[in-house]
Design a protein around this ligand. Structure first.
Ligand code: SAM
Length: 92
C-alpha cells in the first residue's frame, strides 16, 4: 500500500560508489518497473547513465535497451550489468 501514496522517499544513491553524478536509487526504478511492466516486456531508458534501469530490469527478468551518448557511462553500465544476477536465478 505504501507504494500507492503520492509521495515516495528514498535514500539517494552514492555518486562516488557508482561513478556517475546522478544515479537513480534502485528502489525508485524497482517500483516503476513493477508498476508498469510485466515479465518479458522491454524497458527502454534513452538516458541510461550508469544503467540503473537496466540493472533493475535484469534483476526483475525484463528485457531492456539502454542508450547514453557518453562512452564512459556506457562502460559503467556494462560493468554493473555484468555483475547483476536476475532475482529468479538467485533463489534457485
Ligand atoms: C540524469 S543522467 C541518468 C542517470 C541514470 N538514471 C542512472 O541511474 O545512472 C542523464 C544521462 O543522459 C545522458 N544524455 C544526455 N543527453 C543525451 C542524449 N542526447 N542522448 C543520449 N544520452 C544523453 C547523459 O550522458 C547522462 O548520463
Amino acid at each position: 500500500m505504501k507504494y500507492t501514496r503520492s509521495i515516495w522517499t528514498f535514500t539517494p544513491e552514492s555518486r562516488k560508489k557508482i561513478g556517475h553524478p546522478a544515479p537513480f536509487p534502485e528502489e525508485l526504478v524497482y517500483r516503476l518497473i513493477k508498476f508498469y511492466s510485466y515479465q518479458d516486456n522491454i524497458v527502454l531508458d534513452m538516458f541510461a547513465g550508469s544503467g540503473t534501469v537496466g540493472v533493475v530490469a535484469k534483476k526483475l527478468g525484463r528485457k531492456f535497451i539502454l542508450i547514453d551518448n557518453c562512452k564512459e557511462y556506457c562502460k559503467i553500465a556494462e560493468d554493473r550489468l555484468g555483475n547483476t544476477i536476475p532475482l529468479e536465478r538467485r533463489k534457485a
